[in-house]
Write a protein that binds this ligand. Sequence first.
Ligand SMILES: Cc1ncc(COP(=O)(O)O)c(C=O)c1O
Length: 310
Amino acid sequence: MGFDEMDVDTIWMDGEFVDWDEAQIHVLTHGLHYGTGVFEGIRCYDTERGPAVFRFDEHLERLYESAKPYDLDIGYSLEELKEATLELIRRQELESCYIRPISFFGYDSLGVSPKDCPTRTAIACWPWGAYLGEEALENGVDVMVSSWRKHASSQIPTNAKATGPYLNSMLAGEEARGNGYVEAIVLNKEGNVAEGPGENIFMVNDGEIYTPGLAQSILNGITRETVITLAEEHGYTVHDDAVISRGELYTADELFFSGTAAEVTPIKSVDDNEIGSGTRGPVTEELQQAFFDLVERRTDDHDDWFTYVE
Ligand SMILES: Cc1ncc(COP(=O)(O)O)c(C=O)c1O
């Protein structure tokens, strides 16, 4: 569904609430030409206590960390961005939504150096359902290993969620969709499993859980960290610094993606090889249930991970 079909009308931009259609930039904006921006993807869930933003501080902290290697001064404090977002949700009476803060080098000149380009910062929120589809949450997705490798963190910091590097994600995802798959898995420069184009990946084998470590050129996903915590609370051993080879994907008992957009999505096949029984595995189901119980607040656990909009 496109934005024009959604009941949203306001964007926060550079300190002001503006009409959705007025949130414009110049065509010679630095960030548009060179991908010099950083952003976040955050979810606000509809709970019995009203809308609640999940791990808001952690996401905004990552936004500032993403900006650091690029010397991009976001220009607003974490509290200011937080308050602006909460007010956006209130003004548009959103119950659940996806939240997209972005900060990028603006309009001044187009040398690769952004030195005199002002930082522009904006936040938008809109309703967004299951990223890979409702059916995918239950039955899992068919994925392929992309022919595109993930850039190494020695080439572009992979723990920074910057706009330009998403060209890599787009290539991998579109290649997969063009070949009839729902999503891709990208290998890193060494040929080991890194992640999905917009998701981290988990593998279950003999009742233990494995996920590639941060040195495998992955984004340090906040859902990844949440899943690790939940899995440990459920008594599982989690190897969060794993090196996973391509071949191990095919013989895994279970595989699943984690991410703010994809939440916890089972993977039912890789390169046409059925994973486990070719449907959502029991450990995936248990963790997925724990995740949705958490974010929809059917438990009191981890209440400090939620910011209630009030
Ligand atoms: C490349 C990549 N990996 C992993 C993730 C998952 O991160 P998170 O759980 O913080 O949304 C995302 C989504 O932002 C992503 O774009």
